[in-house]
Design a protein around this ligand. Structure first.
Ligand code: PEP
Ligand code: MG
Length: 798
């Protein structure tokens, strides 16, 4: 069997890559030559260590050597000089990306491939990253399969729908390659959904490049003596969910089989189990108010003014809600409300409302007529995703109507006492789910779907939900005991004592697991092999910081300072900012505090900051770009921060950096305000643009740290707006392309002794944490509520 040597500047990186490679390579011998011994743990490579590693795993079948940065190659080449000729002939230095190469090489070595095949496969792994800037590729072009000219006679074909979220990712791909190693057949796989060409099924890379994910249809073609067995084995693999565990916490959207008798079946919209008293949501809708104005011609100018004012007020409310959700449940959940904000400005809505106003309709009627034009085609669509979007239009309209007739919207008196309630409704508006009182333990809806924004928010908030229960739900009266099984997708009305006991036990078990994680939350998190990973919190206010500490955060990895600047008519002055930042720094008592400078702009407009309208706000004047363009605003914030830095340790981080010039300009402005005060702070950048990631080697010598904002980085990598539900399938931060950029940042940073954090949503994604840690990420910064779980996940890593 071919063995592997991993040469890296960083011991941690090599260990992480080896752990990943072992997942694919089983018992393939792997030796590490990583870091320096003097001083222990120092970054660097040493030819003698490479030599020792080669000797350690030397095999007659050959040794493949993978290296990270330039001087690792030099060390490996030097090591070869010391080998005798015979051994040297059996050692190959691979021109391959470090982590992907190691994984691909291990998978090949495991199935007994020759040294040449192992090296070829490792080197081809680089193509998987697809980041060579000169070769933009479409999903149809990326699969560079081994071309099959004409399918041989007697080719058997079968199509399969992929059942698991990640589809053919690295582990199933390795299993396929391994499975085929004992079968005689020429096998190709094609992603029918993406219309790709057939890929050689014996190549891990070709399989990964299919980009095959959950729901995609793949076609397997096999020719040769074992063709039928190939299809059988694929069938078995699909039946096993491609070897992935059942998807806990994912949107199942399916009704599960194990449903107790008498249960009301629905759709598993948000996982978890809860028990409480049914409470129907009674809304005194502003709609009734709107209708009462019908048939009386209105003064168009007056109604226009009312509508404009209501739209502006609704905008402020929704922006505030978005901030609240971002802090509580993360930016991707908040993106729903960013989409709502853009609905307020929808040109079709505006034009239709204007037409109705000029015809003498009231503001309420004009708005409803315009919204109906937008929502009806959506509501009638055959596509569940589009139907779900009609609910968003209605939610936004209700919010504007509420401003037009404020007394009409009843505030729900749900939290009068602490009785656990299961809230029932025909369907929920996203804004309602975003503001649930603490005693609401679950949601049930007659209609609605698992792809609605209400369902997404319920999942983000960890509130179990069963939707689409149908008319049967209406038989449940207020005050009845309900058990909501969000895992199974059913509701139990008036459950028997036995069922109640069973569920009480399940709830107790979950509680116990949560408590165990919670109890260990205040301890540092390290992997089983001893790698320490900081788990910090993303906060937006002093209250968040308090919560973060209660939840065991090691510090604050991202303090979004925007909250101070929103919902007001003038920016906060230096004094106000100083006190706000200082309070948080004081609370943290020396723990790391990373303050992000103002990150607003076209997509997060501020009333007091008159900005020109942009066609493409996400590509516009936002983040650091805006601060550099408005130095009078930026300087005030920097001065407030510099004053805090005189008293407490402080990290200052600039968002949306894309060039060295921007970073240097920001640093120069900081120095200009900090120097006279004698203030010192660590200065870093967020990596949110592909340009920043691809220039990490240039930034690394100058910055003190990096923090990867995977939410924005993903949207810019795929050119897919992060809040646009129609593009949700592209919003995949766990894609190899994004991981490749993170790897690049880690390598560049570590080569200069700098640390890397991940403060986007990916950092809290249990599936992604092993990969991030293996790539060398030093800090994960997550919502306070996720801290204990993330630490627990890290502790389980090898
Ligand atoms: C990010 O982009 O990943 C990030 C953390 O910043 P925000 O979500 O605030 O844009
Ligand atoms: Mg961002």
């Amino acid at each position: 069997m071919v063995s592997l040597v991993l040469v890296s500047h960083s011991r941690a990186l090599a260990e992480g890559a080896a752990a990943l490679a072992r997942e694919m390579g089983g018992d393939v011998p792997i030796a590490l030559a990583a870091g320096l011994d003097d001083p222990p743990g120092a970054i660097g490579t040493d030819a003698m260590k490479v030599l020792a590693a080669i000797e350690q795993v030397y095999s007659e079948d050959g040794v493949a050597v993978l290296m990270d940065l330039g001087s690792a190659v030099l060390s490996a080449e030097t090591a070869l000089e010391f080998l005798d000729e015979e051994r040297r002939a059996r050692v190959r230095l691979c021109n391959a990306p470090f982590v992907e190469g190691a994984i691909a090489a291990a998978a090949q070595a495991r199935i007994g491939a020759s040294l040449e095949q192992v090296v070829a496969e490792a080197e081809a792994a680089g193509r998987d990253k697809g980041i060579a800037p000169q070769q933009p590729r479409s999903p149809h072009e990326v699969a560079e399969p081994t071309p099959l000219a004409v399918p041989p006679e007697g080719t058997l074909k079968a199509q399969f729908t992929l059942p698991n979220v990640l589809g053919i990712h690295a582990r199933p791909a390795a299993r396929i390659v391994q499975m085929l190693s004992t079968l005689q057949a020429e096998v190709t796989v094609r992603n029918v959904t993406l219309g790709s060409a057939p890929a050689n099924a014996r190549s891990l890379n070709a399989l990964l490049l299919l980009g095959a994910r959950k729901g995609h249809v793949v076609e397997v073609s096999a020719a040769g003596p074992d063709a039928a067995r190939v299809l059988d084995q694929f069938q078995a693999l699909i039946a096993e969910n491609l070897g992935d565990p059942p998807e806990e916490g994912a949107t199942t959207g399916v009704v599960l089989a194990a449903v107790p008798e008498g249960a009301l079946k629905g759709i598993a919209a948000s996982p978890g189990v809860a028990m409480g008293k049914a409470h129907w949501l009674h809304r005194a809708t502003p709609q009734a108010q709107a209708e009462s104005h019908a048939n009386t011609p209105r003064n168009a100018a007056h109604e226009r003014q009312r509508l404009e004012r209501a739209l502006a007020q609704a905008r402020e409310r929704i922006a505030a809600l978005s901030e609240h959700v971002a802090r509580a449940h993360g930016a991707s959940a908040a993106a729903i409300f960013q989409a709502h904000l853009s609905l307020l400005d929808d040109p079709a809505l505006r034009a239709e409302a204007e037409r109705a106003l000029s015809e003498g309709f009231s503001a309420e009627q004009a708005l409803q007529r315009a919204a109906a034009q937008l929502a009806e085609p959506l509501a009638q669509s055959e596509d569940a995703l589009l139907r779900a979007r009609a609910a968003d239009v209605n939610d936004v309209v209700q919010q504007v109507l509420a401003q037009l007739a404020p007394s009409a919207l009843e505030e729900h008196q749900l939290s009068a006492d602490n009785t656990p309630l299961v809230l029932c409704a025909e369907a929920f508006a996203p804004s309602e789910v975003a503001r649930l009182p603490a005693n609401v333990v679950a949601l049930c809806a007659v209609g609605d779907s698992a792809v609605s924004h209400a369902a997404i928010l319920a999942r983000a908030a960890g509130v179990p939900a069963v939707f689409g229960v149908g008319e049967a739900l209406r038989t449940v009266g207020d005050g009845h005991t309900l058990i909501v099984d969000g895992d199974g997708g059913f509701v139990l009305a008036a459950p028997s004592a036995t069922l109640q006991a069973h569920y009480a036990e399940r709830l107790a078990q979950r509680d116990q697991q949560r408590r165990a994680a919670q109890q260990a939350a205040h301890l540092p998190a390290q992997t089983r092999s001893g790698k320490r990973v900081e788990v910090a919190a993303n906060i937006g206010s002093l209250e968040d910081a308090q919560r973060a500490l209660e939840q065991g955060a090691d510090g604050v990895g991202l303090f979004r300072t925007e909250f101070l600047f929103l919902d007001r008519t003038a920016p906060p002055d230096e004094e106000e900012q100083y006190h706000a930042y200082r309070a948080i720094a004081a609370l943290l008592q020396g723990r790391r505090l990373v303050v992000r400078t103002l990150d607003v702009g076209g997509d997060k407009p501020l009333a007091w900051l008159a900005l020109p309208k942009e066609n493409n706000p996400f590509l516009g004047l936002r983040g650091l770009r805006l601060c550099l363009a408005r130095p009078e605003v930026f300087q005030v914030q920097l001065r407030a921060l510099a004053r805090v830095a005189c008293e407490f340790p402080l990290h200052v981080m600039f968002p949306m950096v894309s060039t060295l010039e921007e970073w240097r300009a920001a640093r120069a402005m900081w120095e200009e305000v900090a120097a006279p005060l004698g203030a010192r702070a660590a200065l870093g950048i967020m990596v949110e643009t592909p340009a920043a990631a691809l220039q990490a080697e240039l930034f690394a010598p100058e910055v003190d740290f990096f923090s990867v904002g995977t939410n924005d980085l993903t949207q810019y990598v795929f050119a897919a707006e992060r809040g646009n539900p129609a593009l949700a399938h592209l919003n995949d931060a766990f894609h190899p392309v994004v991981l490749a950029l993170i790897e690049r940042v880690c390598q560049a940073a570590h080569a200069h002794g700098k640390w890397v954090g991940v403060c986007g949503e990916l950092g809290a994604d249990t599936r992604a944490i092993p990969a991030l840690v293996a790539l060398g990420v030093d800090e994960l910064s997550v919502a306070p509520a996720a801290v204990a779980r993330v630490k627990q996940t890290i502790r389980a890593l090898p």
